[in-house]
Design a protein around this ligand. Sequence first.
Ligand SMILES: C[S@@+](CC[C@H](N)C(=O)[O-])C[C@H]1O[C@@H](n2cnc3c(N)ncnc32)[C@H](O)[C@@H]1O
Length: 228
Amino acid sequence: MDKDILSRYNSPEGATDYSKKFKRHWTERVNNWNEQRLLQRLLRSASIENIDGWALDLPCGYGRLYYILKDLGASVVEGDWSFPLLEAARAFHADDRDSAPPPGYVRATALNLPFGDRTFELVLSVRLCHHIREHQERLQYLREIMRVSRQWLVFTYFDSRSIKNRTHDFRRQFNGKRSKWTLDRQEVKELGRSAGFEVVQSIWLSRLFSGHRYTLLRRTDSPSARLP
Ligand SMILES: C[S@@+](CC[C@H](N)C(=O)[O-])C[C@H]1O[C@@H](n2cnc3c(N)ncnc32)[C@H](O)[C@@H]1O
């Protein structure tokens, strides 16, 4: 994990800043709206309309995606490494009088989750992978979020073969910026397979303007069996 990025999120200023990210400008509000519609479409495309059991939203940030899981009927655990963002999520949900807040907030690192194997029917993990500096840690992260899922996993990553990444890499020759922290679509597929998952869908957040993919995986190794 990149220490600077992590400590920024973990600071009161960084948490406040992220909590306002999707509210500051109308373009960000539209992006947030589009992203949420995309996630709902992705879930519907696999007929995920009802989750009877627990779901995990980690990292939850200030909790903007909680409602999508809650609307599926799931009992949602909101998790994040940042205490200030967990507080922001708690306040965000408490402000909403029309909706029950989540049953639990947990401080946890996605690299070593404090949950048993296959605890959650669905795990949602959005906009974290591209903040993880080391390739081995990105793979460890993916293994970990698969481990705690009994059935479904939705996660995002920055695709090494995206137009955005290829353009970025070309420009790096001139601007000296660091490379993006990416995954390759094939390695996601293979790591998924080795952990008993198949990739059901993998869609761009925006084909031209974003290198991020929303990827839906389903457990294929006897989903009904809970580990002892
Ligand atoms: C870009 S935000 C995404 C939050 C949320 N998923 C969303 O889409 O709004 C990245 C989040 O990752 C959290 N984070 C960073 N490193 C983490 C780690 N190792 N484990 C869990 N959360 C982490 C940060 O605190 C922050 O809330």
